[in-house]
Each structure stands twice: as structure tokens, then as C-alpha cells.
Design a protein around this ligand. Sequence first.
Ligand code: FMN
Ligand code: SF4
Length: 681
Amino acid sequence: MTSNDPLLQPYQLKHLTLKNRVMSTSHEPAYSEDGMPKQRYRLYHAEKAKGGMALTMTAGSAIVSRDSPAAFGNLHVYDDRIVPWLAELADACHEHDCKVMIQITHLGRRTGWNKADWLPVLSASPVREPAHRAFPKTIEDWDIERIVADYASAAQRCQAAGLDGIEFESYGHLMDGFWSPATNHRDDEFGGSLDNRLRFTNMVLDAVRASVGEKFVVGIRMVADEDFEKGLSKQEGIEIAGRLANSGKVDFLNIIRGSIESDAALTKVIPVAGMRSSPHLDFAGEVRAATKFPTFHAARISDVATARHAIATGKLDMVGMTRAHIADPHIIKKVIEGREHEIRPCVGATYCLDRIYEGGEALCVHNAATGREAEIPHIIVKTEGPKQKIVVIGAGAGGLEVARVAAERGHKVTVLEASSQAGGQIRLATQNPRRKELIGIIDWRLAELARLGVEIRYDTWAEKDDVLALSPDVVVVATGGLPQNPPLTAGDNLVTSSWDIMAGSVKPAENVLLYDDNGGHQGMGAAELIANAGSKLELVSPERFFAPEMGGMNHVPYMRAFQEKGVIITINTRLRSVRREGNQLVAELASDFAAGWRGERRVDQVVVEHGTLPLDDLYLSLKPLSKNGGAVDYERLVSGGDIFPKRNPEGGFVLFRIGDAVASRNIHAAIYDGIRFGLRI
Ligand SMILES: Cc1cc2nc3c(=O)[nH]c(=O)nc-3n(C[C@H](O)[C@H](O)[C@H](O)COP(=O)(O)O)c2cc1C
Ligand code: SF4
């Protein structure tokens, strides 16, 4: 049956028929090995292809030259060895009628001189990019010649690999470095007039066309308005789009608005949780109307309804749902099958993007299968073994995930939750209104558990006998933890936990010191609430840089709130003790660096964040009664085999714990535990 859903209509791009209107725009997940897209990379894209998308733009900024060293795991498209790897990737996607292209680039100043071959970084003019901090040299004539030739040979490699096309990255990189008045201060034939500023782009386009011919699809992902004072104006950006469209040298425009030279700027191009949905869709529509040319665009179009609107109203020809597919690679399949409500939502946490810098690989905060396709399936199949009775204690992220996976596998699952609501620490985090979308992590799982017929018993504080009364085959302790104080020499009873602030059980006082000795969202969330409540706040951290566990994108909205509210930030400083003096508290500060140094702050409230201690009473009481004594074979957990060693022949059930019930970690860790253990029951 043919559908009249605008999203499912095919799109003719030159000779290519794209089977629907949804694509994944280029993004570097940092899954490359030696700069090559090997199995992990291939399976990641093949999963999206399986999930029904029409076009996957592979790589993120695959590098065409050696002096554009990988800044975040970029593919080496300057190397002939890439051809067979790309060919395998293309074949794996083509099998599902998903077209495959690749984004290629010279990063220009958006990389580091101290990477790979230690070659100098270059740019149109020697203007430093704040995010990567390299001072670039001014590109010379011989650089231009070799880089133009590099683009051409890179394009040829992509064509030889059987890809359906390429796109140039032209925002924040070398190519648009020539376009922008902010980064091009030249007075030669590459600077000044728009003709001059487009000269390098035209040289690249001519060389690439000469190498790949007229038929191969060549597009450009381009900034059409840098949206800052010194940057490329909207007027010039649309003029460039028009000229490129009329040049006959490109086949599509993929529209970007904004600058990416700093983390703060990047969040306007790639908005994170709490920021506007689809902020540049109307702008991309304006470019399409002005150029009447195939127009692609992505920027926080995370739900199907908005994507559908983008196509139905003629703003776009192809809609990018990039992070949405990192969260759920099967969006289109679910739309086609009338299962739209089963789509796992992208909640904008942007753990994915922050992880490429912080952890060297993109991971979704709540889909642990993404990027791990070789070991963890996106579609959970029924077990061939016996159906078991599983009792999960705790309905936080980890508990709900293990319950979901076990139920999908056909087991009978009961969840016991002490409070009246599911969600645990995620629900706490969403008390910061800016992060309320995180509740999607819980809501999606609750909907899945309802679909799978899992019973959740709320307001049930489970003791050992309550669990035993259910005669379980497997018991999963997912009870999470409770906040702990940082080590203090005195004053443990005088401090307030960040949880109390988040939960609203303690109101922020007038003058607050918040000591974050954890380094992640927990302390920052409380700090943001306190600052927004109008308190005078000093944030103290023992780290060299506060909240080091958090990536650059997630840092931005906190820092914005802190600066707007005048929060004082003190790093390299420990909280040593707290004492009461009159109706105030005195926080005594110390330093790891200067042993005798002491500082003091007189405040109304001292708030502390130091992670959690596991709530493990139930686990410890069940341990002697279990078959495996709570033990897990980590080697087998990673490599395969039965993961629960038989340590107690008298034991009645298998027991294990996950998430913060083991040790204080994060949402992804709890969910990863949930699925990898759930798959092994
Ligand atoms: C992990 C990650 C890496 C990215 N790397 C690139 C890149 O190399 N080149 C690029 O043009 N865009 C890159 N992007 C941006 C995406 O293509 C897309 O524009 C962005 O995620 C906004 O779209 P979305 O809201 O649908 O995710 C990256 C995004 C993510 C999440
Ligand atoms: S980490 Fe967050 S932003 Fe990234 S894909 Fe997952 S849900 Fe979306």
C-alpha cells in the first residue's frame, strides 16, 4: 500500500531515487580504526539502513589532506586504503536500499598542530579557532594547489568505493574560512570581493568535477549565515547558496546557520536539551525558496511530527534526523509499521557529541546498542532457553532497562519500586526545568513495559522476604544509591545534599556555597537551580576545571546561567570542614597544592555533591541465598558464555546488581548494565 505520509514520499536527486525524505546528516562518531571505517563503523550505518532511512551521510569531516589531522576520530579519505572499507560499508547499506554518501573536508583551523604528523595548521588568514586552540598559518599558493588536488583525489576514492555521492563540509572549516569576513583578512585574489572569497571553493569544485565527472552526486553542507557580528551575513550566505546552485557544479545544498568556533556557538548550530527545537528550519526553508534548489537540513528536528512538517510545508527536500537516529536507528521502519509511538526519543542529552571528545566514541545516553552493534542488538529477540521469573528491585533507568530487555526476551518480569513513581535519579535531574526532557528516558521505558505486560509495583519497599515470596529465578538489584558527603574533618551534619535542593525538600538559602566533588551534572544541576532561585552562589571545585566529567556542549547552558546570575566559580579548592557561627555557617577551604593554605567563607548554606553510596542492604541480605553469591564473570560478560558462576549449590536464584546499586556512575552506565545483563539472563 502506498502511503501519503509526506515523509515517506521518494525524492529524485539527479539519477538517485531516495526512497523517503529522511536522512542522517554527517557526524563523526569516532568509531574509526586507523582512520578507516571498519566493522564498528559499518554496522553502525547498516543499522540505520535496516531501520529504513533513505540516505546516510557517512563520516563526519573525513579528511582530504595530511595537514588536516583528525580532531575527533575523522576518517582518512586521503589514504587509498579507505576504498575497500568504504565499499564494504556502502554494500552493507545498499542491501537495504539506503543510499550512502560521505562528507569530506579540510578542517583548516579546526584541529590541532600537535596531532598525527605534527604539521602546521592553516587557514585563509591566521585567525585562531577558540575551540581547538591552534594558531594557524596563512595558507600559501602551494598549499592551495596541493589541497585542491587532495580534494579531487579524495572524491575519486569515494566514487571508486561505490558511494552515491559526496558533500563538502563548509562551515567552520577551510573552505568557508575563505568566505567569512571573520576569518578571511586577505587582500589578494582570495580575499575581499565575494568572487575572490569563493575562488578556493570554485577551484575545488572544478577539480572534483574533473575527477568524478558530471554524474556523480556532489553537494555542499554550507553555512548560509554565521549569525554573529563579524561573521558571514545572511545576505551574503544566501547569495553564495544561489551562486552555487546556479553553478551547475553542485547537486544539493545542506544548510547550516551559525558558527562553530566555540562550544557556546556550536550549541546554536546543534542545540542541546532545553534549547529550541528546529531553530533554523524556517531559515533553511528561506534558502530553499530563494534558490529553488534541493535543500537538506538538520538541527534538532528530533520528532517525526516536526520532520513531517518540514517536508509537508516545502521547507526541505530531505530532513536530517541525526541524533534522533543515534537514539533509535529504526525510526522509519516504525513509522511505516504504524509503531511511531514505539520510537525511542532523542532527549537532547548530547552525551553522543560530548563523548567524541571526552571518551573518544559517540554513545547515546539511553541506547547502549548504538555503536555496539557487533555485541548488542537493537532488536531484542526471544530467548531459546527457559522462560524465567525475574524480579527487579528499583525502577530507575537501569532497572527499567533490564526489565524491558528481559521481558522482550520472553521472561516474566516484576518490578518493585519503593517510591510512588519510576525514574530514580533521572526524575531528580528533571527538577531542573531546563533538563525536563530527560524524562523521555523513563517514559519511553514505561510505555515499553506496559506494551510487554510487565507489572510494576509502586510504593513497595522490598525486603528479603518480599523478594523470596515471589519465588524468583533471577533477582536484579537496581536500587541505586543515596548521596554521600565528601570527606570532611567536621560539619557532616551541617551540610545540605544536592539531592535535597533538586528534590525541593530544602530551599536554597540567600548566600550559598556549593561544593562539587563529583564533576558531573548532579552538582551543576543543583547549582543552576540555586542560581536561578536568586541566591548568591559560590561554586567550589577541587578540580583544575569544574565539572570535568561533563563535555563542552553540556557545559554551555550551565555556564550561561552561572554568568548571567553572577555565580562565583572557585577551582583547585577543597572543602575541609563546616562549622556553625551564630546563624551562619563557616566553610573552611583547603588546597591540594599548598598544604598549609586555608580559606574561609561565611554563608547561610553549604550544599555538597559527592556522588552516591550504593543502597545495598537488600543485595547483601540476598547474597548468601543466591546460586552465584552475587558474582559475575566479567571476562565472559565481555567475551561470551554463562556470566553467573555457580558458587553456592544450595542457592535458589541468580542474583546481580546494576547501575548505582554497585557504585556511583551515570545514566549510560546504568542502561548499559541493564541491557548487557538483561541479554544474558
Ligand atoms: C557525534 C556527532 C558528531 C558530529 N560531527 C559532525 C561532522 O563531522 N560534520 C558535520 O557536518 N556535522 C557533524 N555533526 C552534526 C550533525 O550532522 C547534525 O547537524 C547535528 O547533530 C544536528 O542535527 P540533529 O539535531 O538531527 O542531531 C555531528 C553530530 C554529532 C552528534
Ligand atoms: S545522547 Fe542524547 S542527544 Fe545524543 S542521541 Fe542519545 S538521546 Fe539524543
